[in-house]
Design a protein around this ligand. Structure first.
Ligand SMILES: [Zn+2]
Length: 326
């Protein structure tokens, strides 16, 4: 008993591993090419060459598990996240390669992008056969299952590109602005308690690594989804950290490019990245589980002059997810 099933499971897993490896290799090739294109155009990474930025790179940190503080340095034109250990020696976290650049959600290049809302309605994911739906963020009104239809269409493409045996697992979509404000203020208060040296502006900026400021939040536009991968039986795949792990809790492992996670988790993240990127969604690089389409951050990363989706108030919408004009 069990041997035929175990054999079939082994074959299925081997098949999936092969697809994963091929996908990861293809993704690596794409990233290398994208990096070359970026360098050639000079877009988004300042004027310095890769070699010049390498030369300017601060020394790597030794000793894992140090209590880290995030600071900015002007390595490149955009904001770059590096770490400073409590002993005061400047250094760079292993989670970042020298050419990786992270623009935070509170950056003026994001907040300054205008919104021309196309009026697309929200749709309940439970009415679509696109993702498996997790219940940890459930709310009485069903807000967490709502997304703009354009986002759901792209999730459908991503789901169909996954290796056999894997599914997208939806955690949270639309989030009313008042709930977003509560999340943001709670995290900023937590940061302020541990970093009394920071002023209001710096607290606001650092809080945006993990929770978007409420006025520009992609979740409140129905443009963002928090999700992970699961197997057909619903069991979550190892992605290195739990969904919604903070930078402090995970030691930086929540950063999409974190080097501190296991090889298996790295491959699994690669599968998620390949499927969602190919479908046109954009990742927020401090949270591997956060992907969006049509919001300001998507506009910045995709080169669109405007965002397609702005903040929506679901209480003003009718049963079809459209603004009720009556
Ligand atoms: Zn999110």
């Amino acid at each position: 008993m069990g041997l035929p099933a175990a054999g079939a499971r082994f074959v299925a897993r081997s098949y999936r591993v092969a697809i994963v490896v091929v996908t990861a290799l293809a993704l690596a090739a794409l990233q290398l090419r994208a990096g070359s294109d970026l360098e050639a155009s000079g877009a988004g990474v300042g004027d310095a060459s890769v070699a010049e930025r390498l030369d300017r790179r601060p020394p790597r940190l030794d000793g894992a598990g140090q209590d880290l503080q995030l600071v900015d340095v002007g390595l490149c034109a955009p904001v770059v996240e590096v770490v400073e250990p409590l002993d005061g020696k400047a250094g760079r976290c292993d989670k970042l390669d020298c050419v990786n650049v992270i623009v935070l959600m509170a950056d003026a290049r994001v907040t300054g992008i205008p919104v021309e809302d196309c009026g697309e309605p929200l749709i309940d994911l439970s009415t679509c056969d696109v993702t498996r739906i997790d219940g940890r963020k459930t709310d009485p009104a069903g807000d967490w299952r709502q997304l703009r239809t354009g986002v759901v269409d792209r999730l459908g493409h991503a789901a169909s590109a996954l290796p056999r045996g894997l599914q997208l697992l939806h955690i949270e979509g639309y989030r009313p602005a008042r709930l977003q404000a509560r999340y943001f203020n709670a995290y900023r208060t937590q940061l302020a308690a541990s970093r009394p040296d920071l002023d209001h502006a710096e607290l606001h900026r650092l809080a945006s690594r993990y929770v978007s400021p409420p006025d520009i939040a992609p979740h409140s536009a129905g443009a963002a989804i928090d999700l992970t991968l699961c197997e057909d039986d619903g069991s979550e795949v190892d992605m290195g950290t739990r969904v919604n792990a903070s930078p402090e809790e995970s030691g930086g492992g929540c950063y999409t490019d974190a080097a501190s996670i296991s090889a298996e988790a790295r491959v699994n993240r690669g599968v998620l990245i390949a499927a969602l990127s190919e479908a046109g969604l954009i990742n927020y690089p401090t949270e591997w589980w956060h992907w969006s389409y049509g919001d300001r951050y998507w506009a910045l990363q995709s080169g669109s002059p405007v965002a397609k989706y702005g903040t929506v108030d679901r209480s003003l919408m009718n049963e079809f997810g459209q603004r009720d004009l009556a």
